[in-house]
Design a protein around this ligand. Structure first.
Ligand code: PMP
Length: 355
């Protein structure tokens, strides 16, 4: 048998357990399918594609449309198969052996995963007890470790909290580090880092079609940042990595901003519904700026509560075994009906655990 790289051989990889349930609120997707009109328009566009030909290698039309959408130059946009692939391309180009990446934990687990795969040394700094960041401690950690790459996630997955823009700005002054701001859930946040990307040579901002655009199945994400960095990513990625169908699908989605905005409105009101339900049940949670909410099970009951919910056909993310998140579960905001079913199941489960 061929042997796998030794540093990866005991590696489990990233996975989110899937269970066959009626209400799936575990992976932070949009609860809505794309509209019927969009699907029809896409089907018509796909019929016209020359699928015997390789796709446009740098997705010029989609890149121009994304640039116009964000008021940046097309040379400041890199596109890939979901923002996960953008993260992986970033670490291929800027990480690797003898390079260091810094994360603030808890945060999105893919940063650590891609660091491992690319043999990038990972420096994990703990957030404070409320999952915020302290300017003094961040600067001290930065000075101690001098990372080549720093990850911020705003709003942060899994806490739902916005990062502090002043802290990002303070680190961005160190021009020899690449500052990645992951805004996968940015449409809900109180600030966006695009201004920082346009005024700093080392700040890049990550976006995705997987959340409010209702297109997680499409695998489309992108990065906005300085031309030099973006050029290096286009040079690092595989040729023809963004297929023709995805290019046209992204382009057509950008023409339907009103549908995306309606999804945001639905999610924000669903989040209020869930938070009000938590208040009513006396469940503690972190006030979220995203499409999910992190909440606490009774002490020592994280796994039990997750199972009780699954027994009632509701799947949330069990974070209770993750470092610093004992007894924490994360629920994705669903439709009004799904949120109701979750809250009903939660109420019953909590009563069951108390009895
Ligand atoms: N960043 C964050 C913070 C996420 O939570 C996710 C999805 N769970 C991603 C990036 C990846 O999104 P995608 O690859 O679907 O664009």
């Amino acid at each position: 048998m061929p042997s796998m790289r030794r540093d990866l051989s005991l590696f489990e990889g990233y996975h989110s357990p899937q269970v066959d349930v009626e209400v799936r609120l575990n992976t932070n997707e949009s609860p809505l399918r794309p509209s019927e009109e969009y699907c029809r328009e896409l089907a018509e566009a796909v019929e016209k594609l020359e699928l015997n030909r390789y796709p446009d290698r740098t997705a010029v039309d989609l890149r121009n449309a994304l640039a116009a959408f964000h008021h940046v130059d097309p040379a400041e946009v890199f596109i890939a198969n979901g923002s996960n692939e953008v993260i992986s391309t970033l670490l291929l180009a800027y990480g690797g052996p003898s390079r260091r990446a810094m994360t603030f934990e808890p945060t999105y687990a893919m940063y650590a995963q891609v660091a491992k795969i690319t043999s990038t040394e990972l420096i994990e700094i703990d957030r404070d007890s409320d999952f915020g960041l302290d300017m003094f401690e961040v600067l001290e950690a930065y000075r101690d470790h001098r990372p080549d790459i720093v990850f911020f996630c705003s709003p942060n997955n899994p806490t739902g909290l916005d990062e502090d823009p002043e802290i990002i700005r303070a680190l961005a002054r160190n021009l020899d580090s690449l500052i990645i701001v992951d805004e996968a859930y940015g449409q809900f946040a109180s600030f966006d880092a695009l201004g920082l990307a346009s005024s700093h040579a080392n700040v890049v901002v990550l976006k995705t079609f997987s959340k409010v655009w209702s297109l997680a199945g499409l695998r489309l994400g992108y990065l906005i940042g300085p031309k030099e960095i973006i050029g290096n990513l286009w040079a690092t990625c595989l040729p023809y990595h963004i297929d023709s169908i995805k290019q046209v699908a992204g382009l057509l989605a950008l023409g339907r901003l009103d549908e995306m905005q309606a999804t945001i409105d639905l999610i924000v009101s669903g989040r209020k519904q869930i938070e009000a339900g938590f208040d009513g049940l006396g469940v503690s949670y972190w006030r979220s700026s995203a499409n999910f909410v992190l909440f606490k099970a009774p002490k020592g009951k994280g796994d039990d509560l997750w199972k009780e919910l699954v027994d009632r056909s509701v799947l949330v993310r069990n974070c209770s075994g993750w470092p610093r998140l004992s007894d924490c579960l994360r629920v994705t905001v669903g439709t009004e009906d799904e949120n109701d079913r979750f809250l009903k199941a939660l109420s019953e489960s909590l009563s069951q655990l108390r009895s």
